[in-house]
Design a protein around this ligand. Structure first.
Ligand code: TYM
Length: 331
């Protein structure tokens, strides 16, 4: 029996190369070796305010992007989280055993609640428990995510262990599967101390998967570097996050290791390096964009993929929910 992979992305903005390098590129590679389930986590997206019309549009955009990036519905399942009510059901059950204090320590919550201020909701606080439910419902072995999600997976393991200890062996403990590229944390091109993010207010900080060629070139040209004219040996060290980030993107898109990227680019003037990097990114994103354009408007096809995914998801998760209810005395 193949091991199970589960992962998801929020349809809350434009998908960017951080999502691609940290998550989707790994998902594509794992399809042959694992039974993969990839979710569009719309219930997570609504933990911060969303415009309903845009959200509906984004859900289909993300579906088409999964497919365009190479997720093959013959091999993997794709579904929308809100179409399987077992997710919020299990989340509620897990809420009842998750320590409040542990949720208070989640870094993503601390960051996001600072932006939301008084608008911070119980849903945002509870976000990691719904994520734990997503993962545990499918007896998941591996969760391919960016490094920023590691803490949530540790929480998932803790909650699963607590349930298993209290009510008997039920859930499998999942492992985070982090890409080798700089521990899979791609930073903003403008503020390299923060991660590249869908909610970045500076549009020059992120390269979106659907950005035009001109836009990609402009963003890379304007990316911050350091005060040197060329890439110096110093970038190996701790010092310059901006250049290290560009080298990580270079490595990810040329399929080499970070060290090879450093060797290949050593001494290059920033102007030339940036041009090569832009060529690489454009070349890698082009086939994705072409495929995306082909399928985005074929809503019948997208709906077919999503229906198949939902039916599969429910057929798996409903068995586990029955087991959970029995163990809790809810039947
Ligand atoms: P989201 O939508 O914020 O991010 C989706 C995936 O992209 C990765 N990622 C990055 N990787 C590298 N560099 C970046 N700058 C960067 N930004 C985002 C994230 O690590 C993630 O893998 N909570 C999840 C969604 C989720 C989920 C799940 C994931 C909900 N339920 C169950 C796995 C399993 C999230 O952060 O989505």
């Amino acid at each position: 029996m193949k091991k199970v992979v589960f992962s998801g992305i929020q349809p809350s903005g434009d998908l960017h190369i951080g999502n691609y390098i940290g998550a989707i590129a790994q998902w594509v590679k794992m399809q042959d070796e694992y039974d993969c389930i990839y979710c569009i986590v719309d219930l997570h997206a609504i933990t911060v305010p969303q415009d309903p019309k845009t959200l509906r549009e984004k859900i289909l955009e993300v579906t088409a992007l999964y497919l365009a990036c190479g997720i093959d519905p013959q091999k993997s399942k794709i579904f929308i989280q809100s179409e399987n009510p077992d997710h919020p059901y299990l989340a509620w059950v897990l809420n009842c055993i998750t320590p409040f204090g542990q949720l208070e320590r989640m870094t993503q919550f601390k960051d996001k609640s600072q932006t939301q201020k008084e608008g911070t909701t119980a849903g945002l606080f509870d976000y990691p428990v719904l994520m734990a439910a997503d993962i545990l419902l499918y007896h998941t072995d591996e969760v391919p995510v960016g490094e920023d999600q590691k803490q949530h997976i540790e929480l998932t393991r803790d909650v699963a262990e607590k349930f298993n200890k209290t009510f008997g062996e039920t859930f499998k403990l999942p492992n985070p599967h982090i890409s080798k590229f700089a521990d899979a944390r791609i930073m903003s091109l403008q503020t390299p101390s923060s991660k590249m993010s869908k909610s970045d207010i500076d549009p020059l900080g992120t390269i979106n998967l659907l950005d035009s060629e001109d836009r990609i070139r402009e963003k890379i040209k304007k990316a911050v570097t350091d005060s040197e004219p060329s890439i110096s040996a110093k970038v190996h060290g701790q010092g310059n996050g901006a250049v290290q980030n560009l080298l990580t993107i270079y490595a990810a898109f040329s399929g080499c290791t970070y060290n090879t990227a450093v060797q290949k680019t050593q001494g290059k003037a920033y102007g030339q390096f940036k041009q090569e990097l832009a060529d690489l990114v454009v070349e890698n994103l082009k086939p994705i964009q072409v495929k995306y354009k082909e399928i985005r408007n074929d809503e019948k096809y997208l709906r077919q993929v999503l229906d198949d995914g939902r039916n599969f998801a429910i057929s798996k998760s409903s068995k586990l929910i029955l087991e959970v209810k029995e163990k809790l005395g809810l039947v």
